[in-house]
Design a protein around this ligand. Structure first.
Ligand code: ZN
Length: 314
């Protein structure tokens, strides 16, 4: 993590936010979004997903978007890969990080990627072997997202012991960092606290643990606060909370990046992000996806009188 910030925020709207939207987000607007958000100070952006066009039509321009994103100095560029094939496309682009996602819930993994959790772990092992096969690939950070770690629409409750077991396997196979994902927005702050404590106890203090929360039931930022208390310093979010849930029509998606940055800065935690510049980026998203609702409280209400960002105060 950069030395000048306390908490890292990662924009996932260009991947998680748009993957379920039918309307194609134009390539030039994606580039403009990335450029503006990087200029606002966001240090990491997940810019696409290497899924085949049959799964989502949003990502036919992966290579072009990554090449453009890599022109922004200091920006960490990441992409999601579902399998070895995706990784074979991802490594040659020269991006900084590949994220692999598997579900803790066996049924969700079957529904999402049509294989068992064990098979998913094996796929990740193959990706890690590919990473270690050349000096160029070795520069790429491998992250594993533990989806449905806090609940599943099919199975309901998820056993925290399964989260630990899967996390340990992912690390054994070569993951550089892990992310706990509340994919369907089931979690509450007490549960978040418990799962991070359990993971820390089993994995030790050195493993990088991030958080990927959805605001489906309105507890996204409360869960961020609980994770902060447990020492988590990496959070995914989506500008304007883009990206609902395909299984819950009308539901909100990822936690709202603009509101997350406001909360952290108001709490005195430096994010490196200029909040005004970040809120202005919403216009690019609105222009690219005119039919999508843009969520977020700060963009509507403005910051409180006398608000001083941690970045400025320091
Ligand atoms: Zn997500």
């Amino acid at each position: 993590m950069r030395a000048d910030i306390d908490v890292a925020v990662c924009e996932v709207g260009l991947r998680d936010g748009i993957q379920g939207i039918d309307q194609f987000f134009p390539t030039d607007k994606k580039k403009a979004w990335i450029a503006a958000e990087a200029a606002a100070g966001v240090g990491e952006i997940e810019v696409c997903s290497f899924v085949p066009p049959s799964v989502s039509g949003q990502f036919v321009d992966c290579e072009e978007v990554i090449a453009d994103a890599l022109t922004h100095d200091g920006l960490s560029v990441s992409a999601l890969v579902p399998n070895l094939r995706g990784a074979e496309r991802g490594f040659p682009t020269g991006l900084h990080k590949l994220s692999f996602v598997l579900s803790i819930s066996e049924s969700h993994n079957q529904a999402n990627v049509r294989c068992s959790r064990e098979e998913s772990l094996d796929r990740f092992r193959q990706i890690a072997e590919l990473r270690d096969s050349s000096p160029e690939n070795k520069k790429v950070t491998l992250a594993v997202g533990l989806a449905t770690a806090l609940g599943c629409t099919i199975e309901g409750q998820v056993d925290p012991a399964d989260v630990v077991r899967t996390a340990e396997k992912a690390l054994e196979y070569g993951a550089d960092e892990l992310s706990v994902a509340d994919t369907v927005g089931y979690a509450n702050p007490t549960q978040v606290r418990d799962v991070y404590r359990l993971l820390r106890r089993h994995l030790g203090d050195d493993v990088v643990l991030g958080a990927h929360f959805h605001d489906t039931r309105g507890l996204g930022l409360a869960n961020v606060h609980a994770a902060l208390d447990e020492g988590v310093r990496r959070f995914d979010a989506s500008l304007a909370g883009l990206g609902g849930c395909p299984f819950a029509p009308g539901a909100s998606g990822n936690i709202v990046m603009d509101d997350l940055v406001f909360m952290l800065e108001a709490m005195g935690l430096k994010t490196g992000v200029d909040l005004d510049a970040l809120v202005a980026v919403r216009e690019i998203v609105a222009a690219g996806l005119p039919d999508e609702p843009l969520l977020g409280a700060i963009a509507k209400a403005g910051v409180p009188k006398g608000f001083a960002a941690a970045n400025v105060a320091a």
